[in-house]
Design a protein around this ligand. Structure first.
Ligand code: HEM
Length: 479
């Protein structure tokens, strides 16, 4: 009896497998790693095999569309082909993200980047599109000034010795976004900030390990592992970090409502009738999305400028021509708009080091892409990093002139997407560019940056980081 049941069960699995393979036959046209190769990758701890490097190597080895059977019955495509990216990212239908995004909610809250309830996402995206307007960006610029002075003081006290830009800017990025969203100054709360950044690092390590493991992705099995404790602890700390401030802010607003015309971020969210839990979720997400991505991008830009004194000089001359010789003058929004060379430096840095090297979607229904009909229920990983390298000549060279107006037409369509594309693109892209340009203009006018000889960034991460940091030496700028 047992044997018969066993044979029936195995037959059902085999038939279902054959059905699935037939359903996804079109995907067989694409090359990809063998099952054995993939399982080796999935079973090894992600401290041994770096997921970032593995996915980058797959596009290099197999081309711009790679088939990966990460899950037994659901294929994933790893794509850096411009036409493919455009047709899905611009679509108003394929807005869903793969199911593992739900896991990110444990740490970040279920805010815009990870929302899988698309009707709710549409409503809340609309609310945020109103909030992230030009006035918001101008207010943001005044927040930068306070933090720029603190950053200056820290660097000034640590001249002529290596400073890790990554750690430094993450702390400041967090202070800025927190100040902007919640009006709280974290600059005197180093312990609290350090606890949060540590839990962020710990959480993302476990997350990467989990989503690429056929066993640990399962909640029941994951609960039996050591990492479960880290997962719970870091998620609790992340929630507490934002919630303790938000509760205080809302209580104060209830006691003395803001009746002026100048509304802050929480006022605008309260006016838009978002519930307390939704505001909390959105702010938790924005703290991570805003702080990590901008500090990563600014850190890499300064790191590369340290290796190019001639570009530092050129960018410095732009600041002198716009802001004059007084180093203590802060760039205003209108000055930032005139910084065209800085803009090219920022764009080139985001090409080499996109803060989001991979973005994700799930095909919700059969779809024609470039003349081929793909069945629904396929996860897609868009490799922005591969697109940024494979479509450019001498891709590892830092050449801001690629983005000069006369050269921009040489960039293939949809090959450059640091902020993604379409209805679900980055809502903070203008803020991010303004913030980066502001900080470059402030730091480069005060200091000259020098590289550490032979140091090359070891790239990794869901949000791009360097495993061996981004050390540079700051020296006071005399002229
Ligand atoms: C250099 C800095 C930044 C980069 C490179 C960046 C890049 C990205 C990318 C690639 C996405 C994914 C889009 C997709 O899935 O198609 C994204 C989404 C998002 N970003 Fe950014 N980002 C940056 C800064 C910011 C800032 C400063 C904020 C807010 C303060 C922000 C808020 C968001 C939000 C809310 C989403 C989700 C949008 C949605 O799903 O509707 N980002 N960003």
């Amino acid at each position: 009896m047992f044997l018969i049941l066993f044979v029936i069960l195995i037959s059902i699995i085999i038939l279902y497998y054959i059905y699935q393979v037939n359903k996804y036959k079109i995907i067989d046209d694409y090359p990809g790693p063998s099952a054995l190769e993939l399982y080796k990758f999935m079973l090894l701890p992600k401290t041994t095999v770096d997921s970032y490097k593995y996915f980058v190597s797959l596009n290099k080895k197999y081309g711009a569309v790679v088939k990966i059977w990460l899950k037994p019955f659901k294929p994933t495509l790893l794509v850096s082909d411009g036409k493919f990216m455009k047709s899905i990212l611009l679509s108003k239908e394929h807005l869903n993200k793969p199911s593992h995004f739900a896991l990110l909610g444990a740490f970040m809250g279920y805010g815009l980047p990870i929302m899988t309830d698309i009707n709710l996402w549409r409503q809340e995206r609309k609310t945020f599109s109103h909030v992230f307007n030009n006035q918001f960006i101008i207010d943001y610029t005044s927040t930068f000034k306070r933090h720029a002075i603190n950053l200056y003081e820290f660097i000034n006290e640590n001249l002529n010795q290596p400073i890790d830009l990554q750690m430094l800017l993450l702390r400041y990025g967090l202070n800025i976004v927190y100040d902007l969203l919640l009006n709280e100054d974290l600059s005197k709360q180093d312990n609290r900030v350090n606890r949060y950044t540590k839990s962020m690092k710990a959480f993302f390590e476990v997350y990467l390990d989990r989503i690429n493991s056929p066993l640990k992705i399962n909640d029941t099995i994951f609960k039996l592992t050591e990492n479960y404790k880290t997962w719970i602890k870091s998620s609790d700390e992340a929630r507490e970090f934002v919630e303790s401030t938000l509760k205080k802010v809302i209580k104060l607003k209830k006691e003395s409502p803001n009746t002026s015309d100048r509304k802050d971020f929480v006022d605008l969210l309260l006016e838009s009738n978002l519930s307390y839990e939704r505001i909390l979720a959105q702010i938790r997400t924005l703290v991570v999305a805003g702080a990590e991505s901008v500090s990563s991008a600014t850190g890499f830009a300064l790191y590369r400028l340290a290796k190019h004194p001639e570009l530092q000089e050129k960018i410095y001359q732009e600041y002198i021509s716009i802001l004059g010789m007084d180093k203590n003058v802060f760039a205003e929004f209108r000055d930032i708009q005139q910084m065209t060379f800085t803009e090219c430096v920022v764009k080139e840095s985001l090409r080499l080091f996109p803060s989001g090297p991979f973005i994700f979607r799930t095909l919700i229904k059969p779809t024609e892409i470039d003349g081929k009909l793909f069945p629904g229920n396929i996860d897609i990983i868009f490799s922005i990093i591969d697109s940024h390298y494979s479509n450019f000549d001498n891709p590892t060279e830092f050449k801001p002139e690629r983005f000069f107006p006369e050269n921009i037409l040489n960039i293939p369509a949809n090959a450059y997407l640091p902020f993604s594309l379409g209805p679900r693109d980055c809502i903070g892209k203008t803020v991010a560019i303004v913030e980066m340009k502001f900080f470059l203009s402030y730091i480069i006018r005060q200091f000259k940056l020098h590289p550490i000889s032979n140091h090359e960034a070891n790239l990794s991460g869901v949000i791009l980081t360097s495993k061996n940091g981004l050390p540079v030496i700051f020296k006071k700028r005399m002229h």
